[in-house]
Design a protein around this ligand. Structure first.
Ligand code: ADP
Length: 445
């Protein structure tokens, strides 16, 4: 109903009242008749307004019959709005129920933490795995309810790239992997996901032990064979036609020895999550020694330059770091042709110390870069073997860096060389002039 219609309605009523007054219908003078009509009109509006307010307040459903005129339209509109929101609420409840049913059937533990890290919701698996029961523990701090070792520190660290893998508190034979995913407004809420990884963990352990044991068992017989082959190859009594096959055998036994040594190194690295025996490592000195060996390997065919901050040391595991540096520098020599330039860079940056090994060799095609740190992954198998590669060098580098909370990034363009950058955390930097107190924070082996 438009405003004019309301005005017309009121005008009609008043005109009727005036006419009744003039004609003395009902025995009332004009003024009284007008007043009476106005009062009745106002009362009707007030009543309908009060009724609507009561309906809304008590959340009653507005149903026909609706009053006439403007109020009828208003009642109808409110009724339609109520119906729409009722449907929306029903849909929301249905979705909520289905989501809960789905989340309840997930075998992983799911816990939703609010902005202040308090428990908002958890599925039944969370009760079994983490001891978090919903709704009993709603509003409590997760660390208060779940005494899982390492969980408090993990949550506080606010760094969830790697999951927390720990034996379950209630049963040490169960291995748990706990992941945290921040979500919601400004990512202040957390979804904690706990998974039973006992099977995968044991399989991994069996695989690791198998590789370590097999490598170890092969090492002794191979040393004996290599010794005999070496003696025969260098003996003056060996007939000439046997010399070439013996030299080939010597090359192959040496290759096998390198593979076994690299496999054993990898197995040792896999045994621990973080580096042990941390000491202040004079990395510039280590780099210089590795580069001296690389120059011998290159036999003058490469131009190797150094750009080192000689005062910049690193807190880490010396033999692991040396192995990483030598793999990167030797790769730059092995995988580039004669005449190539190799640059080794060790400098401090605001975010932490950086080691960079760059060459201007053939580089690596982009499709290989994501896989290049996998075991035995080589861009060109035949060429890698010919250059004495085991295919394990970069896997070792990646493990060593992960032990030191460092990150490896590889930049390369085919034909324009490759750059391997290792970024170490700022806490691991040590200046030669720094005092010993820093050493108190070292992890012991
Ligand atoms: P490998 O023992 O074969 O060197 P790595 O794991 O060290 O094994 O390296 C894997 C592969 O990455 C190599 O086979 C090679 O194809 C490629 N690669 C590594 N470093 C370089 C480099 N500096 N330039 C070009 N390719 C490289």
């Amino acid at each position: 109903m438009r405003a004019e219609a309301v005005g017309f309605e009121l005008a009609l009523l008043l005109a009727g009242a005036a006419l009744a007054g003039v004609l003395h219908l009902g025995g009332l003078p004009t003024a009284e008749a007008l007043l009476l009509v106005l009062a009745a009109y106002l009362l009707r509006h007030l009543y309908l307004l009060w009724r609507l307010a009561r309906f809304i307040q008590r959340q009653h459903r507005l149903a026909p019959p609706f009053p006439l005129g403007l109020w009828g339209e208003l009642y109808r509109a409110v009724g339609r709005y109520q119906q729409r929101s009722r449907k929306g609420r029903k849909r929301q409840l249905r979705f909520q129920r289905r989501f809960r049913e789905a989340a309840n059937s997930v075998p992983d533990a799911l816990v939703v933490l609010g902005k202040s890290q308090r428990i908002e919701w958890a599925n039944p698996a969370a009760a079994e795995m983490l001891g978090v029961r919903w709704p009993d523990h709603e509003g409590r701090l997760l660390t208060e309810v779940c005494a899982q070792t390492g969980l408090g520190t993990y949550l506080e660290a606010d760094e969830y790239a790697r999951p927390l893998e720990v034996p379950a508190e209630h049963d040490q034979s169960i291995m748990l992997s706990i992941r945290v995913a921040p979500f919601g407004e400004r990512k202040r809420q957390r979804l904690v996901v706990g998974r039973d990884i006992t099977k995968i963990f044991h399989l991994n352990m069996i695989r690791r032990d198998f590789v370590a044991n097999a490598s170890h068992e092969l090492r002794t017989p191979l040393t004996v064979i290599a010794g005999f082959v070496e003696n025969l190859a260098s003996s003056a009594l060996t007939p000439e036609p046997h010399r070439r096959p013996l030299s080939l055998m010597e090359n192959q036994t040496n290759r096998m020895r390198s593979i076994i040594e690299d496999l054993l190194t990898l197995s040792r690295l896999e045994l621990e999550d973080a580096a042990s025996n941390l000491t202040p490592v004079n990395l510039p000195q280590e780099i210089e020694q590795v580069v001296a060996d690389a120059r011998t390997l290159s036999a003058g065919k490469h131009d190797i330059t150094l750009d080192l901050d000689h005062d910049l040391m690193l807190i880490g595991n010396q033999s692991e770091l040396r192995s990483a540096v030598s793999n990167l520098v030797f790769n730059a020599v092995k995988h580039t042709p004669a005449g190539s330039h190799v640059r080794v860079w060790w400098q401090d940056e605001p975010v932490g110390p950086v080691l960079r090994v760059a060459d201007d060799g053939p580089g690596i095609a982009p499709e290989h870069i994501p896989r290049i740190t996998e075991r035995f992954y080589r861009v060109d198998k035949a060429r890698s073997r010919a250059s004495g590669g085991t295919g394990l060098g970069l896997a070792i580098v990646k493990h060593v860096l992960s032990h030191h909370d460092a990150v490896l990034s590889i930049a390369s363009e085919p034909g324009r060389g490759a750059t391997f950058t290792c970024r170490f955390p700022a806490e691991s930097r040590l200046r030669r002039t720094d005092q010993v107190p820093q050493l108190q924070v070292l992890r012991s082996g």
